[in-house]
Design a protein around this ligand. Structure first.
Ligand SMILES: *Cc1c(COP(=O)(O)O)cnc(C)c1O
Length: 390
């Protein structure tokens, strides 16, 4: 019997799970270390997975293509991506003031307080919407930029959970005119709807955990940019803090990215249909969806998204307050489950004042829906059943 292994030619790269790779002689190792020292990952050979791994690099190229960036760096979570991106602008006593939009992901807000301010001594300021309004005032922003003179501006194009859309193109222009660095968390918009680097942003980050991975089965993040200087600094920082994504997750992410545009297109279509269905129902007090003409920042959404879609998050309030939400949750299951994430294949929901804060979001009847890419009739059936039960 023949004892050789049969030849297979795979359409995908194999998974390189090795934590380190072989050198054949001293000369190879010397060249690899010299090259790594000049510019991380620039050598002819990779030698340690925390420094660089073939599966991670391959999937990074795929994300860079989607985001239209020169480079992308995968990290072990969205928070790790934020840490890498912001660390590049730490300049000891010259770091200056950083301005964050108040309406950002809760974990990021806590990171600015607990890590940037409390541990690293960075002066963080927050830009708010005018009291009682769900819209950013760019005259106020101009004033803040001119008076606080921040060195860095950080925002998200779509806020969570109120879905306030920022006119990102104009905001980036205002910052760049003043020489301010701009970092955008583009998780909610995704590159399918908006590409901040094209508008002049310095760095874009994503919680890949959400739409890019899109199946609720990978925790990952990414930093994207065009500057070589930032690339070199980001690779170096990621290497030393050890934030790189695992080869297995990078491999699975690469596979799941093949359907990214299809998924998001369907999710946006489902979300618009759901928003209209909810808006027409008598038990629904109001619907916040940037694709509806009634939304406070519909015009901002049209400005930055064009006709590409309005995202897949829908926030609405039921007239009956928390008891109505209890009934809704019980009846919309099992198709729609209560899960505290977003960007899953199947629609999921959360009760806003419980998951966020009842103090900041005093709306007992408020539900945030993350709309999936399931066949719309499945979603419609579940939601109609839940609304009828009210
Ligand atoms: C989830 C999320 C994050 C954090 O990402 P993780 O992958 O959970 O670390 C950051 N920003 C936004 C907008 C998010 O939704």
């Amino acid at each position: 019997m023949k004892k050789t292994t049969p030849v297979v030619i795979s359409r995908r790269s194999p998974i390189y799970r090795d934590s380190a790779f072989v050198f054949e002689n001293i000369e190879q190792s010397k060249q690899a270390f010299d090259a790594e020292h000049r510019y991380p990952q620039s050598g002819e050979q990779l030698f340690y997975t925390r420094y660089g791994n073939p599966n991670v690099m391959e999937t990074e190229q795929e994300i860079a293509r989607l985001e239209g960036s020169d480079w992308a760096l995968l990290t072990a979570s969205g928070m790790a991506a934020i840490d890498v991106a912001l660390a590049l602008f730490h300049e000891r006593e010259n770091t200056g003031t950083w301005l964050f939009f108040e309406e950002i992901y809760g974990g990021t807000k806590d990171y600015t307080n607990e890590v940037l301010q409390a541990r690293r001594g960075i002066q963080c300021e927050y830009f708010k919407t005018p009291p009682g309004e769900e819209k950013f005032d760019l005259m106020d922003l101009k004033y803040a930029l001119d008076h606080l003179k921040p060195k860095l501006l950080y925002f998200e194009p779509v806020s969570n959970p109120l879905l306030i859309v920022a006119n990102g193109n104009e905001i980036i222009r205002l910052a760049k005119e003043r020489g301010i660095k701009v970092v955008v968390d583009n998780t909610f918009a995704t590159p399918a709807l908006w590409k901040p680097l094209e508008q002049g942003a310095d760095l874009v980050i994503h919680s890949v955990t959400k739409y890019l991975a899109g199946h609720g089965n990978i925790t990952a993040g990414v930093v994207c940019g065009n500057s070589d200087e930032l690339h070199k600094a980001a690779l170096t920082y990621r290497k030393f803090v050890g934030h790189i994504l695992s080869p297995d997750d990078a491999y699975r992410l690469g596979t799941q990215l093949k359907t990214f545009e299809l998924r998001v297109t369907r999710q946006c279509e489902n979300a618009l249909k759901l928003a209209k269905l909810l808006e027409a129902h008598e038990q629904v007090q109001n619907v916040r969806y940037p694709g509806l003409a009634t939304h406070a920042t519909h015009q901002e959404a049209v400005n930055i998204f064009g006709k590409r879609g309005f995202g897949a998050m829908v926030t609405f309030e039921l007239k009956g307050g928390q008891p109505a939400v209890e009934t809704f949750i019980a009846n919309v299951a099992p198709h729609v489950k209560y899960v505290t994430t977003l960007g899953d294949p199947q629609s999921i929901l959360i009760h806003v004042p419980t998951v966020f804060s009842a103090e900041r979001f005093p709306f007992p009847g408020m539900i945030r829906f993350s709309v999936g890419f399931e066949a719309y009739h499945l979603l419609e059936e579940a939601v109609t059943r839940a609304l009828t039960a009210l």
